[in-house]
Design a protein around this ligand. Structure first.
Ligand code: NAD
Ligand code: MG
Length: 406
């Protein structure tokens, strides 16, 4: 039930037309009075954004991938939309930092989300972070902005949200920066994706649709491929290192095919605390939206007896080389995670467009890492420069590998 005395919070949702965007709006719609949708953004999906505006009536709607378009503005008005339509990437930063935005959900996919997410951090927002690529790229620099501007960072990635919930509350409440002295290990769970037990020799022929057919989660196509290669888990190891300040050697990955346990924290006394739920992103989203209160997410209650068994195994390094590449980039530090992320984005896009074999994805990333020297990631400019350099190196590596495959 909604508490009528509470102050309504203005929500800016970056990436409203995506999978996380839809789950967020579903939770928000269950709590009228608690949230008011202030701004919704999409890249180029004008029709999908219009439909959301008609339903949620935000003050602003942003199409970041389109130039000013008077005809589109008229079309929105004629459809009965009263939101003000803004165009271009700069408008993302505007709606993220606006004083009327109290809660910022960062759910753009990839490096494109960095600038507006950072703008929200610098404006001291309550920042709900799904866009892990932004954090992986900008690393300690991003975390410093969060600290210096008094932003509150709440993880939406189900694993990090689980870890957050398993950490002591007084630590968890200080914007995700927990005291980890008593933590022996963080265990991030991973489903293993659609190719967990496929014959290794089949992997060079898998198609984009096969890679996107995740057994437990319905997600955007980029993160679905990342889940198949386990680069998603690699990015999450880096994300955990940044959010919780636990050294890399104390962050482990555990394959758990059912995606019921979302992660575990082991303490020095041998106690292990886990967070469980059905695989439904509305659970971590509702947790972060309501925090420190608990609010309804709409998720189906967990029925462990019906599930019967939970299984666990160690990841196979040969099947999932991307995981090792991510640990290597984390150990190297500086701009290496930004290079890893950019090269992965290039390789995954080429795979999704049918231009690169699935098994060439880690090869492209490895070559980009080898060819792009890491430097300190101490400013937005150095991070963006590393991102651009890595994209060039990855595109070159991909072109060579495509030539060989032809
Ligand atoms: P998606 O592809 O379904 O949606 C992406 C959204 O970003 C869309 O609204 C799109 O319009 C927008 N977008 C795409 N490119 C853009 C650009 N260049 N500039 C501005 N906006 C752009 O993706 P998703 O599955 O919702 O994932 C979003 C983020 O959340 C990713 O970083 C992903 O890793 C993370 N995440 C997703 C899930 C999940 O279950 N889907 C779980 C954990 C973390
Ligand atoms: Mg995750």
């Amino acid at each position: 039930m909604t508490d009528v005395t509470q102050v309504t919070q203005g929500l800016t949702l970056l990436g409203a037309t995506g999978s996380i965007g839809a789950s967020t709006l579903d939770v928000v719609a269950r709590h009228p009075g608690r949230f008011r949708v202030f701004a919704l953004t999409a890249h180029r999906s004008a029709d999908a954004l219009l439909a959301l505006c008609l339903k949620h009536a935000p003050r602003y709607a942003v199409l970041s991938g389109l130039p000013e378009d008077a005809a589109l503005r008229r079309r929105y008005a004629e459809a009965g939309c009263r939101s003000e339509l803004l165009f271009g990437a700069q408008a993302l930063e505007q709606v993220a930092a606006d004083p009327e935005c109290d809660v910022l959900m960062a759910a753009i996919v990839g490096a494109a989300g960095l600038a507006p997410t950072l703008a929200g951090a610098r404006a001291g927002k309550r920042l709900l972070l799904a866009n892990k690529e932004a954090l992986v790229m900008a690393g300690p620099f991003f975390m410093r902005a969060v600290r210096e501007h008094g932003a509150t960072l709440l993880p939406i990635d189900s694993e990090h949200n689980a870890v957050f919930q398993c950490l002591p509350q007084e630590a968890a409440q200080s914007s995700g920066r927990a005291s980890v002295a008593a933590v022996r290990r963080i265990m991030l769970t991973a489903s293993g994706g659609p190719f967990r037990s496929a014959p290794l020799e089949r992997l060079s022929r898998v198609t984009p649709d096969e890679a996107c057919a995740h057994p437990n989660w319905a997600m955007g196509r980029k993160i679905s491929v990342d889940s198949a290669t386990m680069m998603n888990k690699g990015l999450e190891v880096i994300e955990a290192r940044l959010l919780f300040e636990v050294p890399a050697e104390r962050i482990e990955v555990l394959i758990h095919a059912q995606s019921i346990i979302h992660s575990l924290v082991e303490y020095v006394d041998g106690s292990v605390i886990a967070q469980l739920s059905n695989p439904d992103m509305r659970v971590p989203i509702a947790h972060a939206l309501g925090f420190p209160e608990r609010i309804d997410s709409g998720a189906t209650p967990l029925d462990l007896a019906a599930i019967g068994q939970l299984s666990f195994e160690r990841p196979d390094a040969q099947r999932f080389p991307c995981l090792g590449l991510a640990y290597a980039a984390l150990r190297e530090g500086g701009t290496a995670p930004a290079v890893l992320n950019a090269a992965n984005e290039v390789a995954v896009a080429a795979f999704l467009e049918g231009r690169l074999r699935y098994t060439a994805i880690p090869q492209v990333i490895e070559q980009a890492l080898a060819r792009t020297p890491a430097s300190a990631a101490d400013s937005l400019d150095t991070v963006l420069e590393a991102d651009r350099g890595a994209r060039r190196a990855a595109a070159d590596a991909a072109a060579l590998l495509m030539g060989k495959a032809a």
